[in-house]
Each structure stands twice: as C-alpha cells, then as structure tokens.
Design a protein. Structure first.
Length: 95
C-alpha cells in the first residue's frame, strides 16, 4: 500500500549510476547528499530533467516519499509539474 505523505520541495541532481541493472535509461535522478533523503533513494519525475540538462545538474522539485507493493521506497513527482533548475555544470552553454 502506498504511503500517505505530503508533497514537499526536494533538491535533487542528475547522475550516471555505476550500474543500470534493473533501471531504465542512462541518466538518473537522486536526492542531493546532505539533504533530508539519502542519495541512494530513487526518484520518479519528469524525464526532462535527465534529457534536457547535463549530468550533474541540480533541481528543486515537488515530491513525496512513497512505495510500491513488492518494492522499496522512492520519491515521486508528477512529470507534469514544473521544476526549478538550481545549477548546471560549468562550461554548459545551453541545450
């Protein structure tokens, strides 16, 4: 059964996982280190974050902690919701 948590603003970043075994896509999103959530937590959100910004970019998204039956916890944010770009790696000059 899904958890009944409130949505909150969470800072996340894009990264290249060491292994994509069981994951979809090359670039993934995780909570930033030192935040409320561990950086090992998966994040389900708009693919725009990983498709239209370089690896290492940081964002602020509206998300909540939830889970799936038979699966672990993860942060969920609707793909339709806006997000804020907090930073992109130096040298990045646009899309």
């Amino acid at each position: 059964m899904a958890q009944d948590n409130d949505y909150e603003m969470v800072e996340v970043e894009s990264y290249l996982p060491a292994s994509t075994n069981g994951l979809h896509g090359k670039v993934h999103i995780r909570p930033v280190e030192g935040g409320k959530y561990p950086s090992s937590l998966h994040v389900e959100c708009s693919k725009d974050l990983s498709r239209h910004h370089p690896v290492g970019s940081r964002f602020r998204i509206r998300a909540k902690l939830t889970d799936r039956a038979g699966g672990g916890e993860y942060l969920y944010s609707s793909w339709r919701w806006p997000y804020e770009v907090l930073s992109e790696p130096e040298g990045w000059n646009g899309r």
